[in-house]
Structures are given as structure tokens and as C-alpha cells.
Design a protein around this ligand. Structure first.
Ligand code: HEC
Ligand code: HEC
Ligand code: HEC
Ligand code: HEC
Ligand code: HEC
Ligand code: HEC
Ligand code: HEC
Ligand code: HEC
Ligand code: HEC
Length: 423
């Protein structure tokens, strides 16, 4: 009995001491002298502390010393910067500095079991990484795209790597003529991209599925994963045009000539809204860039455009009829619905131009023409009905008018025959 009581007291006492030691340890650990001291400093020595609050590393419980080494528990600068202190890495060391954790899968998985740990490996395959290996430190390093302090996850709208902010992140270097003057590449990617259908979709329509720089160029590598060459990047999102292009005679000749598949006609950064003018042999046609007049492809291009134009003319005519009928109050919702089918076929025809197959295009257009013919006759019938109704209305109005006159005369006649007796 006594022994049990003693044991209980000992247990309680040990819990008490454990609690006190945890409490004092936590008090001790709470003081991070890296932050305490740097808070009192200025400029580039203060900046890391100011931006660290929003840093993803801070949110996961990491601190200055996890990256820089040193002892955060020491108030004295010399003791704080002990043997483990790495200081600030040189630019050439940064990828390995970040990768000391990010390529260590057993370390990283403690925080996030699904995080990728291949950033450095992929980075070395990129133009940036390749040039860095040769000693060029002007290329993009981890910190140029993510920052060194105040790093945020890419899903955060303020992050340097959030889609809307990516163009600025890249063009800090790529649009800076001075910075890029030693290189032989253009510096107008951002200016061009701004005018593209993709930028319009991303910034105006807020469509986050539209590509920005890193979707085509990869986050860390030269090209996105699963893509052997940037020449194939468009297909990922436009599979149908890609498929048709592959079946076309252009595929083989472009490969031989080393032309990247979609770029020849659409460009890469300044991809403008496609129009029918791009097709055929007119001034704005892309086909005449490569095909001489009188060559067979030139003829085919011209025929494609003629067929397409004729089809569109028929659609517009049918549309016109329905509009007229609608304005005259005839119910045409059914043929209007049928017309959307014709417009869908038109979209398919435009897409089919990538196959270069005149036969397939003609077949599709024939299918469309049948639909348009139905709509046209429905439109004509509606207009006839409108005419008929108009005629009917005139006859009815005349009839009512004559009837009222007749009635009026009749009433007059009756009142004449039986005049009121004067009082
Ligand atoms: C995720 C890793 C990481 C963390 C965490 C981190 N730093 Fe840094 N720090 C770096 C890198 C990388 C550089 C080099 C930056 C460069 O050259 O652009 C750097 C540079 C510095 C510099 C030199 C700045 C200069 O412009 O010369 C100071 C001072 C500094 N860090 C202090 C701190 C302090 C204080 C903390 C904690 C509040 C901290 N760092 C947290 C990665 C980190
Ligand atoms: C008592 C003040 C004090 C403490 C504590 C302190 N620092 Fe510093 N730190 C400074 C001063 C002053 C400088 C600039 C002069 C120099 O380089 O020594 C500096 C420079 C730095 C630099 C950039 C220069 C370099 O050496 O590469 C980094 C990085 C840095 N500190 C990180 C840390 C980290 C991490 C801790 C905590 C382990 C820490 N500091 C603790 C005062 C302090
Ligand atoms: C001390 C180890 C360590 C170092 C060094 C380090 N990181 Fe991290 N980093 C982490 C951990 C842990 C996380 C949190 C994991 C997560 O986000 O799920 C993280 C998260 C990130 C994220 C967010 C990932 C996400 O989920 O979107 C980015 C970006 C990042 N780090 C970039 C860097 C950069 C750039 C450097 C070098 C300047 C660096 N890190 C250095 C450990 C480290
Ligand atoms: C050229 C710019 C660029 C460079 C250089 C760069 N990153 Fe990234 N990083 C990105 C972009 C963009 C994303 C992801 C954006 C998204 O998910 O949409 C990203 C994502 C990440 C992530 C989140 C997990 C993932 O892989 O998606 C981590 C961690 C990361 N980077 C670490 C690093 C490290 C470490 C380095 C240096 C070895 C580095 N980054 C170099 C642009 C860059
Ligand atoms: C710190 C500056 C810097 C940043 C930020 C930067 N780059 Fe670069 N980039 C360079 C330099 C320098 C080169 C080398 C130019 C060359 O290839 O001759 C380069 C090369 C490239 C190349 C290869 C060009 C070629 O064909 O030779 C591509 C593609 C590229 N960067 C895309 C990007 C993208 C996308 C981003 C943003 C996610 C980005 N860069 C961010 C500096 C930067
Ligand atoms: C829709 C895909 C796409 C987008 C978005 C995109 N690029 Fe490109 N980029 C390409 C293609 C394709 C090439 C040509 C590659 C080739 O022919 O080898 C290219 C080439 C480049 C080059 C090499 C030099 C040049 O101009 O030919 C750089 C640098 C570059 N892009 C940077 C950027 C930057 C920065 C952004 C964002 C503002 C961006 N790209 C957006 C597809 C894209
Ligand atoms: C990450 C996905 C993605 C990639 C990669 C991509 N696009 Fe797009 N593209 C889109 C989205 C989204 C739209 C906008 C659709 C809309 O809003 O009408 C679009 C629109 C277009 C349009 C206009 C279509 C129309 O009917 O108005 C063309 C042309 C186009 N892209 C060509 C290309 C080319 C060429 C490439 C490669 C250099 C490419 N795209 C790469 C997603 C992508
Ligand atoms: C970048 C240059 C280039 C552009 C732009 C181009 N082509 Fe071609 N095309 C070629 C080459 C090269 C061939 C194969 C040699 C030949 O027949 O002239 C070819 C072949 C063809 C063929 C196959 C002819 C056959 O004998 O089988 C057709 C059809 C064709 N092109 C139509 C077009 C149309 C339509 C356009 C515009 C939408 C166009 N091309 C734009 C380069 C181009
Ligand atoms: C030989 C020139 C040529 C090539 C190569 C080419 N296109 Fe086109 N593309 C056109 C023309 C011409 C139109 C416009 C047709 C129209 O509106 O009448 C067009 C229209 C488009 C459209 C909008 C209509 C639709 O199909 O939905 C998209 C998207 C498109 N192209 C994507 C691509 C992609 C992706 C590639 C590469 C696989 C590619 N194009 C290669 C000439 C080309």
C-alpha cells in the first residue's frame, strides 16, 4: 500500500519536472537570435527577416539556421556563427544549396510525402543549368524564380511562380536588353506574348489553363516533362490539330527541314487569333510563305479557301433568312438550333485544314451544306408564312373596314326611318 503511494508520488513528480523542463526549453528555443539580431540591422541584412514571415519554409517550422547553419540560440555573433555556419551562398552554389534539402527525398517526405525531389536533376538539363555548369552565373537560378527569402508555394497568387506573375519573373532578365546583350537571342518574348490568344485567355478571361512561359518551357527543365522537344508542346493542349497535322504531308517535310510543327504558321509567342485569311493565297495567307503560284500545293490552298468561303456564304445566307423571319414574328427557334450544327461543322472544317486533305474537307463541307440547305428551306418557308400572314392581315383589315362602313350606313338608314319623336 505504502509502496503504491510512493510510486504515485514519484510519477507525479517526474511529470512535473518533465513539464518544467519542456517549458524552459521552449522558452529557450523561442528566442531565435538570428532573427532577434538581424531585426536590428539594416538593408540587405534586415530584408531577409522582413520577408521571412510569409515564407513557406517558416510555415513548415524551418528557420534561418536550417538554410544558413549556425546556432540560433547564441546571442553573441561569434558564437552564433559557429563552424556549422554556411553564410550566404555564392550565385554558382545556389542550386546545390537549395537542393541540399530539395533533392533529399527522405528529408523532404517528412514534411510532404508527395513533393517532387527532382528539381535539381531537371534543372541541369535546361539551358539555364547547362550554361551555369560552364560558369555563366547570369542565367536563372532557383532564387531568381522563387526568391531567396519570402518564398511562396506556386498556388499562392502573390508567388513569383503563380501563372499571372510568371511573365514578370522571366522577363526581369529576358526583356532586359542590357542584361541580355551578350546573348544572341531576342528580348521581346513578353511583348509578343502579351498580344497572344493565350495571354488574352489567361489575363482577360482568367483562364488558368492557358499557357504561360513555364507551361511551354518547363518549370525547371528546357521543356515540360513528357515532351521530348518544345516543338511538340502545343499538342498537349491542342491534340486534335496535332493529330491532323501528323497525318498531313507537312509532317514529314517539316521534320526534315527542322521546322517546329505549329510555329511555321502560328508563331510561338505572338500567336494571334486564327482567321480564314490565314488560309489560301491572299495577302495574309500563311501558305504563300512557302508555296509558289502555280505549284500544286498553291492550287490546293486556293481551292480550300474557295470551298470554305462558299460554305460560309451559304451559312450567312441561311442566318440572314432566319433573322428576317424572326423580326417578322415567325417562330424559328428550331431551324436556328439546326444552324448551330452547321456552325459546329464549320469549326471542324477549319480544324481539318491542318490535314491538307482537300477530299476530307470537301466531304465535311458537303455534310454541312445538307444541314444548311434544310435550314435555308425552313427559313424560306418561314418568310413565305410571314408574307402570307401579312396578306391575310391586309385582307382581314379591309374586310373589317368594309364591314364597319356597311354597319355605319345601315345604322344611319335605320335612324332615318324611325326618327325620334319631338317632345
Ligand atoms: C530557404 C533557405 C533560406 C532561409 C530559410 C533563409 N535564407 Fe538567407 N539566404 C538564402 C540564400 C539562397 C541567400 C543568397 C541570396 C542571393 O545571393 O540572392 C541568402 C542570403 C542571406 C543574406 C545575405 C543577403 C545579401 O543580400 O547579402 C542574409 C543576411 C540572410 N540570408 C539572412 C537570413 C536570415 C536572417 C534568415 C532568417 C530570417 C534567412 N536568411 C533565412 C537562403 C535562405
Ligand atoms: C548579434 C547579431 C547577429 C546574430 C545573432 C546573427 N547575425 Fe547574421 N549577421 C550579423 C551582422 C552584423 C552581419 C554582417 C557582417 C558579417 O557578415 O559578419 C551578419 C551577416 C549575416 C549573413 C550574410 C553574410 C555572410 O556571412 O554570408 C547571413 C547569411 C547571416 N548573417 C545569417 C545569420 C544566421 C543564420 C544567424 C543565426 C544562426 C545569424 N546571422 C545570427 C549579425 C548577427
Ligand atoms: C533546410 C531544408 C531546405 C532548404 C535548404 C530549402 N528548402 Fe525549400 N522547402 C523545404 C521544406 C521542408 C519545404 C516544405 C515542403 C512543402 O512545401 O510541402 C520547402 C518548400 C519549398 C517550396 C514550396 C514547394 C511547394 O510545395 O510548392 C519552394 C518553392 C522551395 N521550398 C524553394 C526553395 C528554394 C528556392 C531554396 C533555396 C533558396 C530552398 N527551397 C531551400 C526545405 C528546404
Ligand atoms: C526558371 C525558373 C525556375 C528556376 C530556375 C527554378 N524553379 Fe522551381 N519552380 C518554377 C516554377 C514555374 C514552378 C512551378 C509552378 C507551377 O507549379 O505551376 C516551380 C516549382 C518548384 C517547386 C514545387 C514542386 C515542384 O517541383 O513543382 C519546388 C520545390 C522548386 N520549384 C524548387 C526549385 C529549386 C530547388 C530550384 C533550383 C535547383 C528551382 N526550383 C529552380 C520555376 C523555377
Ligand atoms: C536571372 C535571369 C533569368 C531569368 C529570371 C530567366 N532566365 Fe531564361 N535565360 C537567362 C539567360 C542569361 C539565358 C541564356 C541565353 C542563351 O541561351 O543564350 C537564358 C536562356 C533561356 C532559354 C533558352 C534560350 C535559347 O534558346 O538559347 C529559355 C527557353 C529560357 N531562358 C526561358 C526562361 C523562362 C521560361 C524563364 C522564367 C520561368 C526564365 N528563362 C527566367 C536568364 C534568365
Ligand atoms: C505557347 C508556348 C510558349 C509560351 C507560352 C512561351 N514560349 Fe517561349 N518559345 C516557345 C517556342 C515554341 C519557342 C521556339 C523554340 C525553338 O524554335 O527552338 C520559344 C522560344 C523562346 C526563347 C528562345 C529565344 C526566342 O525568342 O526564340 C526564349 C528565351 C523564350 N521562348 C522565353 C519565353 C518567355 C520569357 C515566355 C513568357 C513571357 C515564353 N517564352 C512563353 C513557346 C512558348
Ligand atoms: C497549357 C495548354 C496550352 C498550350 C501548351 C498551348 N495552348 Fe494554345 N490555347 C490554350 C488555351 C486554353 C487557349 C484559349 C482557348 C480560348 O479561350 O478560346 C488556346 C488558344 C489557342 C489558339 C486560338 C484558338 C481559337 O480558336 O481562337 C491557337 C491558334 C493556339 N492556342 C495555338 C497554340 C500553339 C501554336 C501552341 C504551341 C506553340 C499552343 N497553342 C500551346 C492552351 C494551350
Ligand atoms: C513553312 C513552309 C510551308 C508553309 C507555311 C506551308 N507549306 Fe505546304 N508544304 C511545304 C513543303 C516544303 C511541302 C512539300 C513539298 C511541296 O510539295 O512543295 C508542302 C506540301 C504541301 C501539300 C502537299 C502537296 C502534295 O503534293 O501532296 C499541300 C496540299 C500543302 N503543302 C498545302 C499548304 C497549305 C494549304 C498551306 C497554308 C495553310 C501550306 N501548305 C503552308 C511547306 C509549307
Ligand atoms: C500550314 C500552316 C499551319 C500549321 C503548320 C498549323 N496550323 Fe493551325 N491553323 C492554320 C490555319 C490556316 C488556321 C485557320 C483556319 C481558318 O480559320 O480558316 C489554323 C487554325 C488553328 C486553330 C483554331 C481552329 C481550330 O483548329 O480549332 C488552332 C487551335 C490551331 N490552328 C492549332 C494548331 C496547332 C496546335 C498546330 C500544330 C500541331 C497547328 N495549328 C499547325 C494553319 C496552320
Amino acid at each position: 500500500m505504502k509502496a503504491r503511494k510512493m510510486r504515485k508520488i514519484i510519477n507525479l513528480l517526474s511529470i512535473f519536472f518533465l513539464a518544467i523542463s519542456i517549458f524552459s526549453l521552449s522558452l529557450y528555443a523561442q528566442k531565435n537570435y538570428c532573427i532577434e539580431c538581424h531585426q536590428e540591422l539594416e538593408d540587405e541584412l534586415l530584408a531577409p527577416v522582413e520577408t521571412f514571415e510569409k515564407d513557406i519554409h517558416q510555415q513548415f517550422g524551418l528557420s534561418c539556421a536550417d538554410c544558413h547553419g549556425g546556432n540560433p540560440a547564441e546571442e553573441d555573433i561569434d558564437l552564433a556563427k559557429d563552424k556549422s555556419f554556411k553564410g550566404s551562398p555564392k550565385r554558382s552554389q545556389i542550386p546545390e544549396f537549395c537542393a541540399s534539402c530539395h533533392s533529399d527525398s527522405s528529408y523532404m517526405r517528412r514534411f510532404n510525402p508527395s513533393i517532387r525531389v527532382d528539381q535539381l536533376d531537371i534543372y541541369w538539363t535546361s539551358e539555364h543549368g547547362q550554361l551555369l555548369k560552364k560558369g555563366d552565373t547570369k542565367v536563372a537560378l532557383c532564387t531568381d524564380c522563387h526568391a531567396a527569402h519570402g518564398i511562396q508555394t506556386s498556388t499562392h497568387p502573390k508567388s513569383w511562380t503563380f501563372p499571372w506573375n510568371i511573365p514578370q519573373t522571366c522577363s526581369r532578365c529576358h526583356s532586359d536588353k542590357d542584361y541580355m546583350k551578350d546573348y544572341k537571342i531576342p528580348t521581346k518574348q513578353w511583348d509578343d506574348y502579351k498580344e497572344s490568344v493565350h495571354a488574352h485567355a489567361l489575363f482577360e478571361k482568367k483562364d488558368l489553363s492557358a499557357p504561360v512561359c513555364n507551361d511551354c518551357h518547363g518549370n525547371h527543365g528546357a521543356t515540360p516533362p513528357e515532351i521530348t522537344s518544345i516543338a511538340f508542346v502545343c499538342r498537349q493542349c491542342h491534340p486534335s490539330a496535332g493529330e491532323l497535322f501528323s497525318q498531313s504531308p507537312h509532317k514529314e517535310v517539316y521534320d526534315e527541314m527542322g521546322i517546329s510543327e505549329c510555329e511555321a504558321c502560328h508563331g510561338n509567342h505572338k500567336i494571334l487569333p486564327p482567321s480564314d485569311e490565314m488560309l489560301g493565297t491572299g495577302e495574309k495567307a500563311v501558305c504563300i510563305q512557302c508555296h509558289e503560284p502555280d505549284s500544286e500545293p498553291y492550287q490546293i490552298a486556293s481551292q480550300m479557301k474557295e470551298k470554305l468561303d462558299a460554305f460560309i456564304k451559304k451559312i450567312r445566307h441561311a442566318e440572314n433568312l432566319l433573322e428576317q423571319a424572326d423580326r417578322q414574328g415567325v417562330e424559328v427557334s428550331e431551324p436556328k438550333f439546326r444552324l448551330t450544327e452547321a456552325n459546329t461543322i464549320l469549326i471542324m472544317v477549319r480544324n481539318l485544314t491542318h490535314s491538307l486533305s482537300l477530299v476530307e474537307i470537301e466531304e465535311k463541307i458537303e455534310e454541312g451544306k445538307k444541314v444548311v440547305a434544310e435550314v435555308t428551306s425552313a427559313g424560306e418557308a418561314a418568310l413565305r408564312e410571314a408574307k402570307f400572314r401579312k396578306k391575310g392581315l391586309i385582307i382581314a383589315t379591309c374586310f373589317i373596314f368594309l364591314l364597319s362602313i356597311a354597319l355605319f350606313l345601315k345604322i344611319k338608314q335605320i335612324t332615318k326611318k324611325t326618327p325620334y319623336k319631338s317632345a
